[in-house]
Design a protein around this ligand. Structure first.
Ligand SMILES: Nc1nc2c(c(=O)[nH]1)N[C@H]1C(S)=C(S)[C@@H](COP(=O)(O)OP(=O)(O)OC[C@H]3O[C@@H](n4cnc5c(=O)[nH]c(N)nc54)[C@H](O)[C@@H]3O)O[C@H]1N2
Ligand SMILES: Nc1nc2c(c(=O)[nH]1)N[C@H]1C(S)=C(S)[C@@H](COP(=O)(O)OP(=O)(O)OC[C@H]3O[C@@H](n4cnc5c(=O)[nH]c(N)nc54)[C@H](O)[C@@H]3O)O[C@H]1N2
Ligand SMILES: [Mo]
Length: 770
């Protein structure tokens, strides 16, 4: 046996060392500078398992025969044929050329949403966009599934999305100054495990420990108790899902009723406050928004709300709002209402006061932020300006030529002929997958580039096998991490897979644009180039010395210049004129002239309680459960679903659905039993986890189970919540996804008990190459 090699690497869930002996991974060790490494690092060896991988380029047999005239309903059912890389890249290049010349480049949809891997060179969707921008462009997407309604409303009301991108108050200032912390959603190490582009040090828990040590009052508002670690002394307010806006407005209304709104702050730093105040005191609609009103909607205690309202103005208080709250129908409102409440309290811009969004939603939010230039390969300039809001994919495919609204503009859906997806899994991320399946029959050609034979790849016409990051060289980094990490190649490519850069470079060659695509650099040339650009910027702009490339590559990491101890809008508070915000008034917008003009009922001109399409309120009955499909603890989305960390959270081979003992009893469900969860949109199986850590009436089923519908019945057997979720925009203004707005029913499922993964694997074998 040869000696064990130690290879530094990084994924979205953190940095680690891969131990390799004789081309085999024999162990994974956490990064030495990480105080709280994620268990997901131990799933990484599963990437090397050839059974999970696409081994060769493949083409659906019907598409190979008839090209754009194939029977598109056979996607996901018809066998694939393997082809050489030369054939595959020729087919792809010809198809791009055909669609571009016959229908125009807007008919190529390459929004290609998805997290791909953490490498900044082999970032699959960036490379796809770079390549297509050299041949006339494509239809793209705006915003993300993570946050869409949130940044849209914050851009309009705060002039930027900084407050939800990790540039609000840093957690160190909160730990030092805050006296009352109200957490809407979660502050959980579960989600803080990951960060887009990797993370060197997971710091959430160390800040939470400091907060816990100071013994400040924490109110935790969420339908799920363990959205906050149990070692933090927090008071749990088990709110009815999707009603936080009413709670925020009720708190604000109590402060107004008590005659204590921060008049000076409202006058100097906000615009349109009268619209909001008139709504709160009931002068605009006859309904006073106070504790009693909110308690009724939210299912909470009115006295508690009254006391908290007083405490918010009597002490230094901070509101944190998870991204999840805006991933719901009318998701603009909780983000705006929190800003309204914080403005009425009047502590925005003071240390440990105000409001911030997305703490712990990703690992770097609230940590000191990177002031340097984070490494990224350029997508080049866009020749055309065609886009959709990210979650309107099914709408676009089903309704070519129809209009949609976004941020106050009216636009048109393109006529999509070709879809190219690289590094994303819409059969993981999109809502109402049965509706997506219908939409998926519309384009003439679908190309998917992924290391795994994902549910999306199974439903493609051409599948291009990419290597995973451990089979090539790259670097990780982002604006919320204080490290750039080397991602060195650990093993040889599995099967005939190729690194993403190499795949696009070959296609660019067939399209005659390789020179401009690769700029004369190979893989290591680019890794060095991207690192040097960050290093040079840090030195020139910030006077911060980063190690030279050789030292970085040898050590496996480099530190970046960061800002700690940050108070959001501190300058603006002191002098709002000199530090005007990029909003319609230059101030915080609490009543919007633009929205008043637009007159949208689903996004009014001030923060307002607007009932969601589905919730535990008017019209729901006792058998309804509100489903929260939150992020899975043991994996990132659908990635490495069969790895050890993911499997550890399953029971009987399925995802676990949590529900309250009263709800279980009412349905005859016992702990550990297989249940069928269903609504008019679809049905899936899961294993019941009966626990009083969820509010009665709520069911929690994590995302990410590999989509495994039975051919005969459509019953999804692995526990993928997106067969149930609702595919509507948050509002006409933001058009975000509304995943967390969803009513379901549940019942025991006694019939057949096959292992979900066996059924998934059967499908792969059935589709496997002829
Ligand atoms: N119901 C519900 N649905 C949700 C959410 C929710 O809260 N509830 N959350 C939403 C959110 S916030 C998000 S961000 C989305 C996430 O949705 P996605 O980002 O689409 O999910 P992933 O599983 O990360 O998909 C990444 C894909 O990239 C592939 N991949 C990994 N490495 C590489 C590589 O090096 N090259 C290539 N070419 N491919 C690679 C993986 O195999 C995987 O198929 O899901 C959304 N969906
Ligand atoms: N382990 C792991 N971590 C991840 C990811 C992953 O896949 N796995 N994905 C990452 C990504 S892409 C993103 S965008 C972030 C998302 O980060 P978040 O949006 O913060 O995460 P979620 O898990 O969707 O939701 C957090 C909690 O919000 C609560 N919640 C849901 N609806 C409501 C509501 O109406 N009111 C209140 N008060 N609470 C509600 C739920 O109980 C849920 O557990 O997570 C990231 N972190
Ligand atoms: Mo996300």
């Amino acid at each position: 046996m040869s000696e064990i090699k130690r290879i530094p690497h990084c994924s979205h869930w953190g940095a680690y060392t891969i131990l390799v002996q004789d081309e085999q991974i024999v162990g994974i060790e956490p990064f030495a500078h990480d105080p709280a490494p994620s268990p997901i690092i131990h799933s990484v060896p599963e990437w090397a398992n050839p059974e999970r991988r696409v081994l060769r380029p493949m083409v659906r047999s019907g598409w190979l025969d008839k090209r754009e005239h194939s029977d598109r309903r056979k996607r996901g059912a018809e066998k694939f044929v393997s082809v050489s890389w030369d054939e595959a890249t020729t087919l792809v290049a010809d198809e791009i050329r055909r669609v571009s010349s016959t229908h125009g480049n807007a008919s190529i949809f390459a929004g290609s949403y998805g997290w791909t891997n953490s490498g900044r060179l082999h970032h699959a969707s960036s490379l796809l966009k770079r390549m297509l921008n050299l041949v006339g462009g494509f239809t793209r997407h705006v915003d993300t599934y993570s946050i869409a309604a949130g940044p849209v409303i914050l851009r309009h009301t705060l002039g930027s999305s900084d407050a939800c991108d990790g540039q609000a108050n840093t957690l160190d200032t909160i730990a030092a100054h805050t006296e009352t912390l109200v957490v809407f959603g979660a502050l959980s190490p579960r989600t803080a495990q990951t960060e887009a582009g990797g993370i060197g040090a997971h710091r959430l828990e160390s800040y939470l420990r400091k907060i816990a040590e100071r013994g400040i009052r924490i109110v935790h508002v969420s339908p799920l108790k363990d959205d906050m670690p149990d070692w933090v002394d927090a008071e749990w307010w088990p709110i009815r899902p999707n009603t936080d806006t009413a709670l925020m407005l009720g708190l604000a209304g109590e402060i107004v009723k008590a005659g204590r709104p921060a008049r000076d702050f409202l006058d100097r730093c906000t615009s349109g406050a009268e619209r909001l105040l008139g709504y709160l005191d009931g002068s605009s609609d006859g309904i006073r928004k106070d504790a009693a009103w909110a308690a009724e909607i939210c299912g909470l205690d009115a006295d508690g709300i009254r006391q908290l309202a007083r405490r918010l103005v009597d002490t230094r208080s901070m509101l944190t709002v998870s991204w999840s709250l805006q991933r719901a129908h009318h998701g603009e409102q909780p983000f705006w209402a929190a800003l309204g409440l914080a403005s009425i309290v009047g502590q925005i811009g003071l240390p440990g006061g105000g409001v911030g969004y997305g703490y712990a939603s990703l690992g770097g939010v609230g940590s000191p932020f990177n002031l340097g230039k984070s490494p990224a390969i350029s997508q080049l300039t866009r020749p055309i300006d065609s886009f959709i809001p990210v979650a309107r994919i099914s709408d676009m495919l089903l309704n070519p030529g129809a209009t949609f609204t976004y941020e106050g503009e009216t636009r048109t859906y393109p006529d999509t002929r070709l879809v190219y997806w690289a590094g994303g899994n819409p059969y993981h991320h999109h809502q109402d997958l049965n509706r997506l399946s219908e939409a998926w029959t519309r384009p003439e050609t679908i190309i998917v580039q992924d290391p795994m034979f994902t549910a999306t790849a199974q439903r493609a016409d051409i599948v291009l096998p990419a290597t995973t990051s451990i089979e090539r060289n790259d670097l990780a980094g982002n604006k919320r991490s204080d490290f750039i990490i080397a991602m060195k190649q650990a093993i040889k490519p599995v099967g005939d897979s190729l690194p993403d850069f190499e795949i696009f470079d070959r296609i660019a060659g067939k399209l005659g644009v390789a020179d401009r695509f690769n700029e004369g650099r190979d893989e290591m040339g680019w890794v060095r180039h991207l690192y040097e650009a960050s290093r040079q910027d840090a030195s020139e702009r910030l006077g911060f010395d980063m190690p030279d490339f050789e030292t970085f590559w040898h050590d496996g990491y480099a530190r970046c210049p960061v800002r700690a101890d940050h108070t959001f809008l501190a300058d603006f508070r002191i002098d709002p004129e000199a530090h005007a915000l990029k909003t319609e008034s230059g101030k915080i917008v609490l009543g919007s002239e633009t929205l008043a003009r637009l007159g949208y009922a689903d996004c009014p001109s001030h923060p307002a309680w607007v009932e969601p399409a589905e919730w535990l309120g008017n019209g729901s009955d006792a058998s309804d459960l509100h489903m929260i499909s939150h992020q899975p603890a043991g994996r990132l989305h659908s990635q490495i679903e069969t790895g050890v960390a993911s499997v550890a959270n399953k029971r009987n081979g399925r995802e676990q659905a949590r529900l309250h003992p009263d709800d279980a009893a009412a349905r005859g469900v016992s702990d550990g039993q297989t249940i069928r969860i269903w609504n008019a949109r679809g049905a899936c199986l899961a294993t019941a986890d009966v626990t009083d850590s969820v509010r009665p009436g709520v069911l929690v089923l994590p995302t990410g189970a590999w989509f495994t519908p039975r051919a005969e019945t459509g019953l999804e057997v692995a526990g993928n919540p997106n067969v149930l979720t609702l595919d509507i925009g948050t509002s006409q203004f933001g058009q975000g996804c509304s995943a967390h707005t969803c009513l379901v029913r549940a019942e025991p499922h006694i019939a057949d008990q096959r292992d979900a993964f066996e059924e998934y694997q059967d499908r792969l074998v059935a589709l496997a190459t002829a």
